[in-house]
Design a protein around this ligand. Structure first.
Ligand SMILES: *[C@@H]1O[C@H](CO)[C@@H](O)[C@H](O)[C@H]1NC(C)=O
Ligand SMILES: *[C@@H]1O[C@H](CO)[C@@H](O)[C@H](O)[C@H]1NC(C)=O
Ligand SMILES: *[C@@H]1O[C@H](CO)[C@@H](O)[C@H](O)[C@H]1NC(C)=O
Ligand SMILES: *[C@@H]1O[C@H](CO)[C@@H](O)[C@H](O)[C@H]1NC(C)=O
Length: 352
């Protein structure tokens, strides 16, 4: 304890000023300081809780999950490959063709009773220049009209997108669609490139196609529609919830609601029946920043597929960057394939 220069008879200890002229004064000063401390501590606690609430993503109200839980969701699923072959491309047909993509989308919309949730990097189902794009834009326009008409059937349309100025999203929002904007510029300096649908938390679509009329006419697209598969739909819905919770934020919360934690992953995949065959599945995402608790990263899922292959791996991609751009030649996936199967990489191109 050091004597206080301005207050004779007082001493500075580590935390309190003690003026021990009489023991009563001394006790009182310490007591007051303690009260202040308790008040400040309580305030600090309140503040911390507030900060945690603001900076986290605890959804108090939550999204109702249609009464389906992990315990009673359906694992008896059927899968259909959907494909768009460009109008002017005639492919040699070995076997029967897959279901056209547009038919897949319309079937999903036919089945919708409560909700249709869509993530797409592009919204351009209606071509701007109607004169130069005549007949082949019809499928896109038709799909857009059907999305608009969901409202009249009492089906909710929910969309997550990183587009700031999309006329189509504005039109959909004006027709009761819930559109959540994810500011990818602020979050990752990238874009929201996922493409999937969830219908009634029961049926899903995942594939290469965007909500773009060209995906239904001019482009080669491939995807899967999985019906009666609420277990997988629940997990994909958690990815959707993750995007929705980023709505209007410019940072990634450090604490996440349990409703976005992954249900299945690389180490505990969902065991299900796909067209009566035993199968395992999980949903992976990227970038890593977007992987909520227990969510497998895309790159780890790819490694796992490569590692588990016994005879062959067929890969179909839009851009195979290692081949096209010199600086990408050493990307980890290519190095990985080459290391496991030296000389096994065969490439077939399809230039369009
Ligand atoms: C699943 O379980 C939840 C709660 O345990 C229940 O509310 C719901 O009705 C069940 N759904 C089905 C389809 O059995
Ligand atoms: C799975 O079954 C559905 C009918 O239930 C069928 O349309 C589809 O083609 C089947 N999928 C595969 C990959 O065979
Ligand atoms: C997205 O975030 C960036 C960077 O924080 C900001 O400049 C921009 O205004 C935001 N965009 C919107 C539409 O809020
Ligand atoms: C989905 O399940 C329902 C009954 O639960 C059945 O009627 C329907 O045919 C199934 N759909 C598909 C595509 O398997």
């Amino acid at each position: 304890m050091q004597p206080n220069k301005t207050l004779p008879g007082c001493y500075n200890s580590r935390r309190v000023l003690q003026c021990c002229k009489s023991s009563v004064v001394c006790v009182k000063l310490i007591f007051q300081t303690q009260q202040k401390c308790i008040a400040i501590f309580a305030l600090l606690c309140c503040f911390t809780v507030l900060v945690v609430l603001i900076f986290s993503s605890v959804d108090i109200w939550g999204d109702d999950e249609d009464g389906i839980t992990e315990e009673n969701c359906s694992r008896d699923c059927s899968i259909v490959l959907v494909e768009n072959i460009p109008d002017n491309l005639i492919l040699p047909m070995d076997g029967k063709p897959h279901l056209p993509l547009s038919v897949g989308f319309h079937t999903l919309l036919d089945k919708a009773k409560h909700s249709v949730e869509v993530v797409s990097p592009v919204w351009a189902l209606n071509p701007w220049d109607l004169e130069t794009t005549p007949s082949n834009a019809k499928q896109g326009q038709l799909l857009f009209q059907r999305l608009l008409s969901l409202k009249s059937r009492g089906v909710k349309l929910k969309i997550a997108s990183s587009l700031t100025n999309s006329a189509e999203l504005k039109t959909l929002a004006a027709h009761n669609a819930e559109v959540d904007f994810v500011n990818m510029t602020a979050l990752t300096r990238g874009g929201l490139h996922s493409s999937f649908w969830i219908v009634d938390r029961r049926h899903i679509y995942i594939g290469s196609a965007d909500m773009d009329w060209r995906s239904l006419s001019k482009r080669k697209e491939l995807g899967v529609v999985v019906y009666n598969c609420s277990c997988l739909a629940l997990d994909l819905h958690r990815v959707f919830s993750f995007y929705r919770q980023l709505h209007e934020r410019d940072y990634i919360p450090s604490i996440w609601s349990k409703r976005v934690t992954a249900l299945y992953g690389r180490h505990d995949a969902l065991e299900l029946q796909l067209n009566a065959s035993e199968a395992a599945a999980y949903v992976s995402t990227s970038p890593e920043l977007f992987c909520a608790k227990d969510r497998t990263r895309d790159v780890d899922a790819i490694y796992e597929v490569i590692q588990s292959a016994k005879t062959f791996i067929f890969i179909s991609v839009t851009d195979y960057l290692p081949l096209l751009i010199r600086s990408f030649r050493g990307t980890s996936v290519t190095r990985y394939i080459k290391a496991i199967f030296p000389g096994a990489l065969k490439l077939r191109h399809c230039f369009m």
